[in-house]
Design a protein around this ligand. Structure first.
Ligand SMILES: NC(=O)C1=CN([C@@H]2O[C@H](COP(=O)(O)OP(=O)(O)OC[C@H]3O[C@@H](n4cnc5c(N)ncnc54)[C@H](O)[C@@H]3O)[C@@H](O)[C@H]2O)C=CC1
Ligand SMILES: C[N+](C)(C)CC(=O)CC(=O)[O-]
Length: 497
């Protein structure tokens, strides 16, 4: 798969900093050039929030974090990069100058993306010697979580550049969408600008305040848009007669005074103060980083929900997340797990991240189940039950779990899990998993679980195929020689009379 080996970010503000996080968390070394005196602190804070978000987003094995290097000059930052992302302020002359400088210092085959929200790539590439490799890669905030980049070429951009950019975004979990023709503000910001302009009128005319307007979005069509966009949503709104009926019913609104789009609001001091004051009243009690964390946690939740969408096949950005995870698992390769008659299988190594910690200051209970589940998944991969196997219609389902909490796991603590097969037959896997403190080996929690092999389409248990059973056999034979774990077979509380 085509991949970025070294990235450079020129401009490390809201968007540049989040690009840095996206690259580094995908294991790519990133150079940064940003003359802002506090660039290092700001990007450090963005990185911390991004890492927290990834901790919640996925349990797939992220590669070791890429090295983040702050460079003293633009030339130093870009000279050995194969993807350079420009994210300086939205001013044509500034961007054009910076891009021309990048063009002169970069390797001739490096791709150069601009984060511009709406400037035309033809205008940006005007003075470049190699304009064919310049394109717009317009992302959405936060870049490290929202996967879309609109890819837009100018008159001199080659088709190959856009295709290469799209291919290189996939392994970092992003969806590059190539826009047919360049146009100011592309597709996303055309739509957002329309809603934004309307919103400004609604505030100016005292129809509602900023909080009410935001509530109208987030309690209604904002949720719809996260999963189906506009046209699929409106097709459903046409009822059984679909899109034609929708257009017939709501078409006349186009000539009613339902929008003030062509009439642009005067963003004078009075309106600026009104919006800023209402926004302070709405959200000023929380700092920006705190708001970012709340936003990120919500976005992660939405993506998780979408990953389970369409009966588990995944939908929209959730499907993309599942594909990214599949790629991460494949890249990490099959875990080199030692099957031995002396000890259980060591299957997962991890760390307690911030999102796992509860109000008691330690790992919260459902994260134990998550870790036990991840260990079960690791066992399944070991015996050949991988994504392709599940997609083909069979899987193992957990039918029983008994967890014991023995110690505590604190923020940042390194953990690993071990699994001992207690019994197995053609349908069943009965096993005992321990979560250990990585420093001492002490057991922090145990789970005894049973999984059943199923035909997931028929919704019933069936025998596992011979090749899977053949992979279980050596594990079962080795683990038969291990002592039965203390705690296996226990029930909760005192024995019933
Ligand atoms: N903020 C947003 O929601 C989004 C912004 N964008 C686009 O991203 C670009 C950057 O916007 P933001 O990150 O919001 O702006 P920002 O103001 O947060 O960051 C701009 C950064 O560029 C640095 N900078 C200024 N001149 C520079 C130079 N000559 N070389 C290197 N660094 C330089 C500044 O020090 C600053 O850190 C713009 O083109 C914007 O349209 C795209 C998507 C969303
Ligand atoms: C406001 N904005 C034009 C900078 C917005 C964007 O470009 C995309 C986004 O993240 O909303």
């Amino acid at each position: 798969m085509s991949q970025i080996n070294k990235a450079a970010c020129v401009g490390g503000g809201v968007i540049g900093g989040a690009w840095v996080a996206r690259f580094a968390l995908a294991g790519i070394d990133v150079n940064i050039f940003d003359p802002h005196p506090e660039a290092e602190r700001i990007i450090g804070e963005v990185m911390a929030n991004a890492e927290r978000a990834y901790g919640m987003l996925t349990m797939a094995p992220l590669p070791p974090k890429g090295k983040v290097t702050f460079c003293k000059s633009l030339e130093d930052a870009v000279k050995d990069a194969d993807w350079i992302q420009e994210s300086v302020p939205e001013r044509l002359e500034l961007k054009r100058g910076v891009l021309t400088q990048i063009d002169a210092a970069a390797k001739p085959d490096a791709l150069i993306g601009s984060s511009t929200s709406g400037l035309m790539p033809t205008d940006l590439q005007r003075d470049m010697k190699h304009p064919e490799r310049l394109f717009v890669a317009h992302p959405y905030n936060p870049v490290y979580l929202l996967p879309l980049a609109e890819l837009v070429g100018g008159e001199k951009t080659s088709k190959a550049t856009l295709e290469a950019a799209k291919a290189k975004l996939a392994p970092i979990g992003m969806k590059g969408v190539i826009i047919n023709k360049e146009i100011e503000a592309f597709v996303g910001d055309r739509l957002l600008e329309a809603v934004w302009r309307e919103g400004l009128w609604l505030i100016k005319d005292d129809i509602c305040d900023t909080e009410t307007l935001d509530d109208v979005i987030r309690y209604s069509f904002g949720m719809r848009w996260a999963q189906m966009g506009m046209f699929e949503t409106y097709r459903i709104a046409g009822g059984e007669a679909g899109m034609r009926h929708f257009l017939a019913q709501f078409g006349p609104c186009l000539s009613w005074p339902w929008t003030k789009l062509t009439d642009v609001v005067d963003l004078n001091d009075e309106l600026v103060n009104k919006i800023a004051d209402q926004s302070d009243a709405q959200s000023g009690a929380r700092g920006i980083r705190e708001l970012e964390r709340i936003r990120d946690q919500n976005l992660v939740g939405i993506m998780h929900a979408l990953k389970a969408g369409d009966d588990g096949k995944g939908w929209g950005s959730g499907k993309l997340l599942a594909e990214f995870e599949e790629h991460l698992w494949a890249k990490a390769g099959k875990a080199k797990v030692e099957v031995s008659a002396n000890e259980p299988l060591r299957l997962v190594d991890t760390k307690v991240n911030a999102a796992w910690v509860d109000y008691n200051g330690h790992m919260t209970e459902h994260r134990y189940l998550q870790l036990f589940g991840d260990t079960s998944d690791a066992l399944l991969r070991l015996i050949g039950v991988d994504f392709a196997y599940v997609e083909a219609g069979h899987s193992y389902y957990t039918v029983e779990t008994h967890i014991r909490h023995i110690g505590e796991a604190k923020l940042g603590q390194a953990l690993y899990t071990t699994l001992q097969l207690l019994a197995s037959d053609s349908k069943r896997l009965h096993y005992f998993t321990r979560i250990h403190d990585a420093a001492t080996g002490d057991v922090i929690a145990t789970a005894e679980q049973m999984m059943l092999h199923v035909d997931s389409k028929a919704g019933k248990s069936v025998d596992a195929p011979a090749d899977v059973l053949a992979k279980i056999k050596p594990i079962a034979e080795a683990h038969a020689k291990l002592a039965t774990p203390e705690g296996a077979g226990r029930s909760v509380g005192q024995k019933h009379k």
